[in-house]
Design a protein around this ligand. Structure first.
Ligand SMILES: NC(=O)c1ccc[n+]([C@@H]2O[C@H](COP(=O)([O-])OP(=O)(O)OC[C@H]3O[C@@H](n4cnc5c(N)ncnc54)[C@H](OP(=O)(O)O)[C@@H]3O)[C@@H](O)[C@H]2O)c1
Length: 258
């Protein structure tokens, strides 16, 4: 299937590694010109060069901390000037820490809010006028499968991502008339550094991954490119009639029927 992304410009956040990098690679492989952002400039440049090498398409790296308003504004200005348009926005960031509700203070709540909820509003608000100008657009937010079924210890993540789901639904209403779609993609367990860091230190990593996969119907942890494939589809022309949805990529792990 040709996703018709050849003339499109995509902005992908939190993209030096993990899910963001996989999405940037998939969109670039489909022909999009891609602008990637995250904090560590050296890592980001390395990733941009790596993707360009694989796909042969232009990739621009612009460092940004998505939890900081002034950095987001400068980032979107540079991104919009890079190719003169923005058609696709992947809202993504690092994840907040896992712990019990009783262990989080105001500072940690504020950090999670800035990183995982306010960043989505800020980036979307600045990118939307560029999409309205061209008469179409795709906004895709990375959330978590914890918005579908309870996941212990994920109170910060779940609270912020439920906010993103609500925001996307309202934005789908408001920006539908401009042919701009807004959807959420909810990863279950996808093997990235974030997940590697949560494996028990006293067990062989391969065994620990197998243990984590036992409760997943497909019997394994997901690969970043499997999530990226859904994002690339949602970014395509073929997905023009899909908006306001939240789709999980979790190997069947969510125990919710909805
Ligand atoms: N992997 C999963 O199974 C899974 C499941 C559910 C939800 N998620 C969520 O999906 C998102 C991505 O996770 P991942 O697994 O890809 O994590 P990862 O492998 O740890 O990658 C995180 C990426 O985010 C960037 N980043 C972190 N903080 C940032 C900030 N303030 N501003 C800009 N970029 C930032 C990092 O680069 P720098 O450090 O250089 O900025 C890096 O590129 C997270 O929100 C995570 O909670 C993941």
């Amino acid at each position: 299937m040709d996703l018709k992304l050849n003339n499109k410009v995509a902005v992908v956040l939190a993209a030096s590694k993990g899910l963001g990098k996989a999405v940037a690679t998939a969109l670039s492989a489909e022909g999009a010109r891609v602008i990637i952002g995250s904090r560590d400039e050296a890592e980001l440049n390395k990733t941009a060069a790596e993707i360009k090498q694989i796909t042969g398409n232009e990739v621009i790296a612009i460092p940004v901390d998505v939890s900081k308003a002034e950095e987001i504004e400068a980032f979107v200005n540079k991104a919009a000037n890079a190719f003169g348009r923005i058609d696709i926005l992947l809202n993504n960031a690092g994840g907040p820490p896992f712990d019990k509700f009783e262990n989080f203070d105001d500072e940690q709540w504020q950090k999670a809010f800035d990183l995982n909820l306010l960043s989505v509003a800020r980036l979307s608000r600045l990118v939307l006028p560029h999409m309205q100008k061209t008469g179409s657009g795709r906004i895709i937010n990375i959330v978590s499968v914890s918005v579908k079924a309870v996941l212990g210890g994920s109170v910060l993540s779940t609270t912020m991502r439920m906010g993103v789901v609500g925001m996307a639904k309202l934005m789908a209403d408001e920006f539908g008339p401009y042919n701009i779609t807004i959807n959420n993609v909810a990863p279950g367990l996808i093997l990235t550094d974030r997940i590697k860091h949560t494996l028990p230190k006293d067990v062989d990593p391969e065994q620990a991954i197998k243990d984590r996969a036992k409760s997943i119907p497909l019997g394994r942890i997901g690969k970043p490119e499997e999530l990226a494939a859904l994002v690339a589809f949602l970014a395509s022309e073929q997905a023009a009639y899909i908006t306001g949805t939240t789709i999980q990529v979790d190997g069947g792990a969510s125990r919710s029927i909805y």
